[in-house]
Design a protein around this ligand. Structure first.
Ligand code: ATP
Length: 477
């Protein structure tokens, strides 16, 4: 029987005598945000229920001593209304039938996948929305990734997290830090793409007074600040080759020297890195040092595009809705079924970041406490080609959304809901117009991405992403 401190009401009491299976089920439920109390047999479950409360009981049927049906009978008599979900071996469906007749709310035939478990559980209790900084997941592949990340976290190894922009790589890196034995020490993140090359070295390693013009006093670098904890080198492939060599030396020697300083400072820092490029390709192209690649790639983790883990979309949308509603001081809001269905039709090229924008727009548009399909304004209607040229390109996304929403709404109201086939044609048409505009602007600026991004009013990162998509589509850019 567990002796962990439990909250007043636990979401799920889990009764399973197979220790390995119990652990796996508990991991899945905890990662999905449910609190869970595990016990090994029906007798312990009864003792537990006499002192605590749960919203749902999940129990195995075949167990030594009292079996799951005996437990179900006890619960029906002593705590009527407490839903019980039974698990039976596939071959023993008769046990499931007997359990349903005896009042179990549902059954799971073993073996089952984590997403089957979560989908059956969420029919009976609502998935809690947590904002504790942990990644929100619902897809079986993401749950597995977090389980793997938890194990890697404990090891202390360097981790390289790859995946497209906006998939949650930084969220995953923070999760690894939180799950490691360095959780109470510093977590320092630095975006290597956001700091000019000539500043990055001083930012990473620190500098002494007089090290360069303007260095009026000494400053510790990010490595020093992270000492004892974890450093996240975000978008590491954007670092220039000279600095890569210096970084490698610091990692190998586990000590750092501030710029203009003579003292070496011993380092005990765990290094996590992210990249949205194909790292092996970057090595093959000579843009990333092979030795640094092997140093950092001790444990590679890949956080795939949102479209490849569709069961994450609705839980993430619900989580982001609560987060933004709280930030804006709005009350409890819900995602209606039509809104969920609409979110599931989109490919999410900008991944979770794009989903966040769509949810912020929905909050602006929603006229009741339930968000419905008409409040979901996808980027297909907001692609740059569709933005009237009179709109200031530096307009923040929310204002841009209101401006656009006004015109889209007028169109929707007269024409009814956008027909799905027409919407797809429109999005293809817009995507191709957008690509033409980018291509043309690149020509006009002799290929300077910086100038193209400025001219089009998009961030260099968005431009990089769009160019990658154009390359994927076979365009030469
Ligand atoms: N699983 C998740 N749970 C909660 N929030 C998430 C999750 N994934 C992404 N987010 C949110 O989406 C946004 C983008 O995530 P993040 O910055 O981690 O992406 P990224 O892959 O590091 O992007 P980039 O490569 O562009 O730096 C953040 O606001 C983050 O809080």
């Amino acid at each position: 029987m567990t002796h962990e401190v439990q909250p007043d009401v636990v979401d799920i009491l889990l009764v399973e005598d197979d220790a390995g299976l119990q652990q796996a089920l508990q991991d899945t439920l905890l990662l999905a945000g449910f609190s869970c109390a595990p016990v090994d047999n029906a007798e312990d479950a009864i003792i537990w229920l006499q002192h605590h409360a749960a919203k749902l009981v999940i129990t195995d049927v075949q167990m030594a001593g009292m079996d799951g049906l005996g437990l179900l009978d006890w619960i029906n008599r002593r705590i009527p209304g407490l839903p019980v979900l039974v698990m039976t071996a596939y071959a023993q469906v008769s046990g499931a039938v007997a359990a349903i007749r005896a009042g179990a709310v549902d059954y799971l035939a073993k073996p089952f996948t984590p997403d089957t478990l979560l989908s059956v559980v969420s029919r009976h209790i609502t998935q809690p929305v947590l904002d504790d900084g942990n990644p929100v997941v619902g897809d079986a592949s993401s749950i597995q990734l977090l389980q793997l990340a938890t194990r890697v976290a404990e090891s202390g190894a360097s981790v390289m997290i790859s995946g497209p922009s906006g998939t949650g790589k930084e969220v995953l890196a923070r999760f690894i830090h939180q799950k490691s034995d360095r959780a109470n020490a510093a977590f320092v993140a630095i975006n290597c793409a956001a700091i000019p090359d000539n500043m990055l070295e001083a930012t990473l390693f620190g500098y002494e007074k007089g090290a360069f013009t303007g260095a009026v006093q000494g400053n510790p670098g990010k490595f020093e600040q992270a000492n004892g904890g974890t450093i996240l080198l975000d978008e590491i492939t954007e670092m220039d080759l000279n600095l890569q060599a210096k970084l490698l030396r610091v990692l190998q020697e586990r000590e750092v020297e501030r710029l203009g300083g003579r003292k070496t400072i011993a380092l005990d820092v765990r290094v996590l890195a992210t990249s949205n490029r194909d790292l092996r390709q970057a090595v093959a192209d000579g843009r990333f040092r092979e030795d640094l690649f092997y140093r950092l790639n001790v444990f590679p983790l890949h956080w795939p595009a949102l479209a490849e883990r569709p069961d994450d979309i609705v839980p993430l949308a619900e989580f982001l809705l609560q987060r933004y509603a709280k930030e804006l001081g709005r009350g409890q809001l819900q995602l209606g079924e039509s809104a969920k269905a609409r979110l599931l039709t989109w490919q999410w090229p900008g991944n979770v970041r794009e989903l966040g924008n769509v949810i912020q727009r929905a909050l602006i548009l929603a006229q009741s406490t339930v968000i419905e399909a008409q409040d979901i304004l996808l980027d297909e209607l907001l692609a740059p080609a569709a933005v009237p040229l009179s709109v200031n390109p530096s307009m923040p996304v929310a204002e841009l959304a209101i401006a656009e929403a006004a015109s889209c709404y007028a169109a929707n109201e007269s024409a009814g809901e956008v027909n799905k086939a027409t919407a797809t044609d429109l999005s293809q048409e817009l995507a191709s117009q957008e690509q033409q505009i980018i291509w043309q602007t690149l020509q006009e600026h002799g290929g300077s991405r910086q100038q193209v991004a400025e001219q089009l009013g998009i961030s260099p990162r968005t431009l990089r992403y769009k160019l990658a998509r154009m390359r994927e589509a076979g365009m030469e850019v």
